[in-house]
Each structure stands twice: as structure tokens, then as C-alpha cells.
Design a protein around this ligand. Structure first.
Ligand code: SF4
Length: 508
């Protein structure tokens, strides 16, 4: 059963979870556009709804089956509609998804994102659900086309999978062992984005610091950062996430010495108790963690450091928790993602004895949140009076319409809501002298002076001091999406020598 060729089928991708999934969804959209689908308009029902799922968040499966249940009745009234489920939960639940929700047409895993258009076609042709889950990655998602969410900032994967075995984490069993892209492929993708006007890239991997493990260069990540520094027009380089165990001085040096690498570090702590870190199978200890932060701040005094912390890991005592609070106080975090531990089926920690009662976890969580908020506010208050450069963003300031402000990200990643017009005659004269003119668009670059701090954002109410119009700004107004082709030939290990044929020295 196929639609009339005159009608273009529409799609919608619904994304849950981390940056990795957000970027995979850009690939899914790119693939579907390449196969002739077009994005459904906001509010319109799509012919194909794709769920890109996450297995890390609590109740992920309840949420997925709830969403699927809602769509069952929509699909019943809409002949030809298809539903596809991919991502980590699909990789975990496999055929279980079509058993519980037989109206689902396609289930695909984390290793075969590229199969989606074929599976949709096959499901329509045979009028039968298609479930295809591979146990190992065959093709890097980065070799597939992508429909990018932004004209000014792009994600670039440097690796997929993880060789660590943190006991609370389901990722290694769903994303597999770490596979590294060749540095040449990564840099070619960065260059392609910059050629399209993108100003900022975020290098993405489950553990960016172990980049190079597959081709035998433990310093590959620092070299990659330095190589990004040589790309003309690339203004900002970020990365996520590093792992304290693999965080080496050469990376700190590369960050400090490469002007376009932002002084921003998201370094997951998870716990400040060495006993709990051991039980989590995270091989650094709190003193090492704090020493890394000291080294980072010695090299980059302006670095904004954020973290992830889990409260209530099995066996965590009051004393362990106090140790976490102590490390948090000493770390001067600019922000933290804090999580209440809850067992994830399939992870080693889920079956550990001494699960901490939920009310204890909640009480500790409240105390941690207070301290993290205090720390973030103190760090943000240091920014008041400083002049910062912002890359103007789209859709990050929820109250922008009512406040009349715009929003941007400072080089250190801080969110800044700013008044676009000079607020005083002096500021107006300064702006005029600096050539500030015309409307400010997402993707443009402005400088502002911070006037106020809150725990999660800064405010700059004296207007802009300078405004640079960019190609990304022009394109964000055009309303056309940025679609990039895939970069790379696939997995380096397929039919190739184990070491990268491109010397990593190409990285700098
Ligand atoms: S480093 Fe640990 S928490 Fe992060 S993805 Fe790997 S196993 Fe999971």
C-alpha cells in the first residue's frame, strides 16, 4: 500500500534524552528528507511519527508506552500513518515494543539509525511491523545526512559508545564499546559546518577524553582541539562529556592555548565519597577530581565548571553524602545537573543491596540543590559588571516575548538575557560609535555588560555595546533548514587497518 506519488509524506521526530539523541534526531530528519519526506508543520498530524527514545531517565518506558497509547487512536483514524521507535529504549526492549504496542510499524536500534527509511518502506509494502536491532555499529551515524536544528551551532560526534562500566549506567550495554571517528572525518565535518556559516561546534562523545583509544593515541583529543583552532571562521569549540579518569594535562593545555576553545567544562562528579565512587566503578577519587579543577583554574581562571551528581546511590550513608556536599562546596560549580538515584533495570546497581529509601534520597536531594544553587549564584555574581560576548540564540529565553529581551550564550556557556536596545543615552552613544545597527538575529554576535545575576542565568539590561551581523544570522531569518551530507566512509575497522590511516598528527 503506497500513497499517491503527488503527495509528499510528512514526518515528525520526537526526541527524548541526551545531546547524543538530539543529534541522532538531526540525522533521522536528514535521512527522511533525503528519502522524500518533509517535516510536518507545527500542530499538523504527521504521516510518520518517529520516537527517538532514552532508557536513562526514570519511567522512560511508561512515558513511551503512554505516548504510543495516545497515538493508537490517532493512527486508527488516519490510514497510512506509520509509527517508528528508535534509540536506547528500542535497543533495550526490541521486539517487546511491538508486542506491547502492535500498532507500531518500525523498531530500530542505536546501531542502525540509517535503516529507518528502508524499514518504513518495507513495513508499508508488507503491511507488517519491521523490527531491526543490530548488536554492533556498522556505520557511524555521522556518515548519514543531517537536518540541523541551528544555523549557528552544530553537534559533531567524535565517538560513539563507551568502554567504561559505571554501575548505574545502561549506556554501555545499549550503545556498545567506544568507536572513534577518524580525526580527518571529524575535522572535515567541522569545516563543512563552518563553510555553511556555523560559528560554534560541540564535539560529542560519551567520554571525549578517551577519544583515540581505538587507534592508539591517548592524546588524540587534545590534538583534535588544537586542530579545531586552525579552522578559520570557527569561533567557538565546546565538548561534552569528559570523564575525570581520562582528563589529562595535555587537554587542559590545549583548552588554554587554543583561542577558539571555550573555557567551559562539564565534568561529571557523580559523588564526592570515594567509597561510593568505587561502588559506582568510577576509578577517580575526590582528591583527584578537585586537583583537576585546580589545574583547570590555574590554566583558565575564567573557566565555568559544571557537573552531574547522583544522590542516594545504593549504600550511600549520611557520611558519604556529607562528603559529596563538601566536594561541591569546594568545587565552586557554576551549575549542576542533580539526579535522585533510582534503579534502572539492566544495570549492575539495580540489584545492589542497601537501596536508600526514597524519602532519604529526597531529603538529601533538597539539601544538595540548595548548596548547588548557592554556589551557582555566587559564581554568577562574579560576572556582574563584566563585558561578555554572546552568540545570540533562538528559543532559549522563554520569557523573551514578555520581557522584550533577547537571549544568548557567553563564551563560557552561561545563559544571558539581554536588552537589545541601549538603555541609556551613554550606552546609545557607545553603540552608535561601535556601529550597532539593525535588528539582532539568532546567530549574530553581540557584546553586553552583565548587570544582574541569578542562579541559572545572567541579565544584561544596559543594551548592546557591539553587534556583529553574521551569515548564520542571515540564514536563520531565511527560514530554510541547514541540511548537511554525511561525512566519513563508515567504521575505520571495516576492511581497514586497526590504526587510523590518517596520522593523528593531522590534529596538530
Ligand atoms: S562514562 Fe559511565 S556514565 Fe558515562 S556513558 Fe560511560 S558508563 Fe555511562
Amino acid at each position: 500500500m503506497t500513497d499517491s506519488p503527488a503527495r509528499t509524506r510528512t514526518y515528525q521526530v520526537r526526541t527524548f534524552g541526551c545531546q547524543m539523541n538530539v543529534h541522532d534526531s538531526e540525522r533521522l530528519s536528514g535521512l527522511l528528507e533525503g528519502a522524500g519526506y518533509r517535516a510536518a508543520d507545527d500542530g499538523d498530524p504527521a504521516d510518520v511519527v518517529v520516537f527517538n527514545t532514552c532508557a536513562v531517565r526514570e519511567n522512560a518506558d511508561n512515558k513511551l508506552y503512554g505516548n504510543l497509547g495516545h497515538l493508537a487512536s490517532v493512527k486508527a483514524k488516519r490510514p497510512g500513518m506509520q509509527i517508528a521507535v528508535g534509540g536506547c529504549l528500542a535497543q533495550k526492549d526490541r521486539g517487546e515494543i511491538v508486542r506491547r504496542a502492535p500498532w507500531v510499524d518500525v523498531v530500530f536500534g542505536t546501531h542502525n539509525v540509517g535503516s529507518l527509511p528502508t524499514l518504513l518502506e518495507r513495513a508499508r509494502h508488507y503491511e507488517q511491523a519491521q523490527v531491526e536491532i543490530l548488536d554492533a555499529l556498522e556505520v557511524f551515524p555521522s556518515s548519514l545526512p543531517a537536518k540541523r536544528d541551528s544555523h549557528y551551532a552544530g553537534w559533531v560526534s567524535i565517538s560513539v559508545g563507551c568502554n567504561n562500566t559505571c554501575t548505574f549506567c545502561i549506556v554501555p550495554s545499549l550503545r556498545g564499546k567506544e568507536a572513534d571517528r577518524r580525526p580527518g572525518d571529524v575535522l572535515a565535518e567541522v569545516q563543512m559546518l563552518v563553510d555553511d556559516g556555523v560559528l560554534e561546534v560541540t564535539l560529542l562523545g560519551q567520554n571525549v577524553n578517551s577519544y583515540g583509544v581505538q587507534f592508539g593515541d591517548r592524546q588524540a583529543f587534545g590534538k583534535l582541539l588544537r586542530a579545531c583552532g586552525a579552522i578559520d571562521g570557527l569561533e567557538r569549540v565546546r565538548f561534552t562529556s569528559p570523564h575525570p579518569k581520562d582528563f589529562t594535562p595535555d587537554v587542559i593545555e590545549a583548552m588554554a592555548q587554543t583561542p577558539n576553545v571555550c573555557h567551559q567544562l562539564h565534568m561529571p562528579l557523580q559523588s564526592g565519597s570515594d567509597r561510593v565512587l568505587k561502588a559506582m566503578r568510577r576509578s577517580y577519587r575526590s582528591t583527584r577530581y578537585l586537583a583537576i579543577l585546580d589545574e583547570v583554574r590555574a590554566a583558565m581562571p575564567d573557566a565555568a565548571i559544571t557537573t552531574d551528581i547522583i544522590v542516594g546511590f545504593p549504600g550511600e550513608t549520611d557520611e558519604d553524602f556529607e562528603q559529596t556536599l563538601d566536594v561541591v562546596r569546594r568545587s565552586r560549580f557554576a551549575g549542576a545537573f542533580t539526579f535522585q538515584y533510582s534503579p534502572r533495570p539492566g544495570t549492575p546497581a539495580a540489584t545492589l543491596p542497601d537501596q536508600v529509601p526514597p524519602e532519604v534520597v529526597a531529603e538529601r536531594f533538597g539539601r544538595l540543590t540548595e548548596i548547588v544553587t548557592e554556589s551557582a549564584l555566587t559564581e554568577n555574581q562574579r560576572q556582574v559588571g563584566r563585558t561578555v560576548e554572546l552568540l545570540v540564540s533562538a528559543g532559549e529565553g522563554r520569557k523573551d516575548n514578555s520581557s522584550g529581551r533577547l537571549t544568548g550564550r557567553a563564551r563560557d556557556g552561561r545563559l544571558v538575557h539581554f536588552a537589545p536596545q541601549p538603555a541609556t543615552a551613554t550606552a546609545a552613544a557607545t553603540a552608535a560609535a561601535a556601529g550597532v545597527s539593525g535588528s539582532i538575529r539568532p546567530g549574530d554576535v553581540v557584546t553586553v555588560t552583565v548587570t544582574r545575576a541569578a542562579p541559572h542565568h545572567l541579565v544584561a539590561d544596559e543594551g548592546v555595546l557591539t553587534h556583529r551581523r553574521t551569515r548564520a544570522g542571515d540564514r536563520s531569518l531565511e527560514g530554510t533548514a541547514l541540511i548537511t551530507p554525511g561525512v566519513g566512509l563508515g567504521m575505520p575497522s571495516v576492511g581497514r587497518p586497526a590504526r587510523s590511516p590518517e596520522p593523528v598528527t593531522a590534529c596538530g
